[in-house]
Ligand binder design. Sequence first.
Ligand SMILES: Cc1cc2nc3c(=O)[nH]c(=O)nc-3n(C[C@H](O)[C@H](O)[C@H](O)COP(=O)(O)OP(=O)(O)OC[C@H]3O[C@@H](n4cnc5c(N)ncnc54)[C@H](O)[C@@H]3O)c2cc1C
Length: 376
Amino acid sequence: MSGAEAPLRIAVAGGSIGGLCAGLALRGTGLDVQVYERASGPMETRGAGIVVQGELIDLLRSHGAAALPTTHCTVRRYLSPEGGDGEVQRAPQDFTSWEAIYRTLAAAFPSDRYHRGATLTDFGNDDGAVQAHIEGHGMVEADLLVAADGAQSPTRRRFLPDLNSTYAGYVAWRGTLDEADAPPDLVRFFDDAFTFSEARSAGHILVYFIPGDGADTTPGKRRLNWVWYVGVGEADLPRLLVDRDGRQHHASLPFGGAPDSAIRDLRDLARREVHPMLAALVAATPQPFLQTIVDVVPTRTVFGRVCLLGDAAFVVRPHTAGATAKAARDATTLARALKRAGRNVDAGLSGFEEMQIEFGRGLVDYGVELGRRWAT
Ligand SMILES: Cc1cc2nc3c(=O)[nH]c(=O)nc-3n(C[C@H](O)[C@H](O)[C@H](O)COP(=O)(O)OP(=O)(O)OC[C@H]3O[C@@H](n4cnc5c(N)ncnc54)[C@H](O)[C@@H]3O)c2cc1C
């Protein structure tokens, strides 16, 4: 490491939610942080929904970020597949979108420290330092490499090659529909509620409004967002994960990727399985997309001067509404542990790993339990 008073140099690989949370939290403790993101252009996304959790809001507030654009509802509505208005309970809740979170985090982080088209391709990790090879930046020397490189983390695979993800036995079909394009009866029916319903055979569907294009939360500009958990045998997954151009995917079909035949099958299934208003919502949604549900539970997350953060460490089920909050929590935990440890970086990392693993395991178990109750 360089001069005694020089701040620790942190290289973050991955500039999505986890990488940006790490960037903000670590800079907040005075460290010298650079974020390297593989995507070269703007992070394009249709911005599916995310339930707002305290960990993220705390991190944004503590680091001078703007207010997160959110939508709001006052009740939960529980529907039955047979139809009707269901049962309503008062339960206020805020929602947001991936796009809204990304924009808010990115606006709070210095743009000259955020590098696009900057893929981590290799690294050396010894003697209390990391040499990270970053596309377009050559060899970057750092005191710590934070791998926030997502659920398919190449860094995790390198350190834990035998760790597999465990398929949960079901997938999440997701959809978003611009409020302006939605039939008015659907807007009225789903407005101001977090709507849940069992499907007739098995599985579970939920609906809420999220910010629309440009994170706009104005009524009329929002989006209806839904997630439907559908059981799919492991042997049937490869067939389901072929996109409309015939390409095989392994974990998800992105927005616009699902073939027309799969969307037709989904709409037919909805007509048979779920409340008529939910079936109408699925039918009105132009491009549903798909994510397989898996658990990933690493036994270690710190390897010398490299640590895993966010989805690169634990992958939890969406029922927990916890992936984004977990990324924010990891970032805050890491920043606090390093601050407490001062120049004893290894001790700080060890404290971080212990807390991260305890929390990650708990959240995975919680997701498995919710999945057992709701989705199977
Ligand atoms: C474009 C996008 C849209 C998403 N939309 C939603 C959503 O609507 N709802 C939801 O619940 N979750 C969504 N997610 C996932 C969500 O961000 C995560 O589940 C969670 O917030 C934890 O984020 P993460 O940063 O740990 O992982 P991720 O969000 O998966 O980010 C990992 C990042 O690492 C980058 N990366 C990978 N390899 C390298 C490398 N070698 N070098 C440099 N960078 C690398 C990837 O390009 C990516 O930006 C989305 C992720 C992305 C990338």
